[in-house]
Design a protein around this ligand. Structure first.
Ligand code: FES
Ligand code: FES
Length: 211
């Protein structure tokens, strides 16, 4: 697989090996391909522990080493995670950084739903998810939650009615969980973070643009 045969050989140790079966997200890298039909470059996160090398023909692989480092500087994704206390032992951090990096390469201002979906399958055993979502909430465009809970105008108020039925409890729980993610804990000041600067990102290798 990609992780074993490639990264180890060129001493790129940032990508981590956790479960080895696609369950933890620690080994996430970004795969970029060029679509000759739409003439668009597509970026997507991938678990390198499962990714067959033979499927990478014409694709560019970006590891966490290319996103940012202490020399010359870390990427704002890494800075936000660090300043919001979203990294402790750091084992899961490269995978989380790569998941959000791939998202931002496709969507400069993602919705909160997209951010939460991007972190799905990316596990952390020590920090917890509150500081991690806090740090990445700052990339979202205006939150879509109405903040009008208990006024009768919020979708969650409607869910309380559904919750009292025999089948609605689970749906309501998921909505409440998402609602909580929209509320920033205030443990870090997101206004101090530098913005994402797309002009500083690596470009897709021109030699892979064919067709
Ligand atoms: Fe856990 Fe790859 S090592 S998903
Ligand atoms: Fe330790 Fe996430 S910071 S596993």
């Amino acid at each position: 697989m990609l992780k074993f045969f490639f990264f180890n050989a060129v001493h790129l140790s940032g990508t981590k090996y956790g479960c080895g079966v696609g369950g933890c997200g620690a080994c996430t890298v970004m795969i970029s391909t060029y679509d000759p039909v739409t003439k668009q470059i597509q970026h997507r996160p991938a678990n390198s522990c499962l990714f067959p090398i033979c499927s990478l023909h014409g694709a560019a692989v970006t590891t966490v080493e290319e996103v940012g480092s202490i020399k010359p500087r870390i990427h704002t994704i890494q800075e936000r995670l660090a300043k919001c206390n979203g990294s402790q032992c750091g084992f899961c951090t490269p995978g989380k950084v790569m998941s959000i990096y791939a998202l931002l390469r496709n969507h400069a201002e993602p919705s909160m739903e997209k951010i939460i979906a991007a972190l799905d399958g990316s596990l952390c055993h020590c920090t917890g998810y509150r500081p991690i979502t806090d740090s990445y909430t700052s990339f979202a465009r205006e939150p879509t939650c109405c903040q009008l809970r208990a006024t009768g105008q919020c979708c969650l108020d409607e869910e309380e009615h559904v919750c009292s039925s025999s089948t609605g409890g689970r749906v309501s729980y998921i909505k409440v969980f998402h609602f909580l993610l929209f509320i920033h804990s205030g443990l870090c000041n997101t206004e101090e973070f530098p913005p994402v600067d797309p002009t500083q990102e690596f470009i897709f290798p021109p030699e892979l643009i064919v067709g």
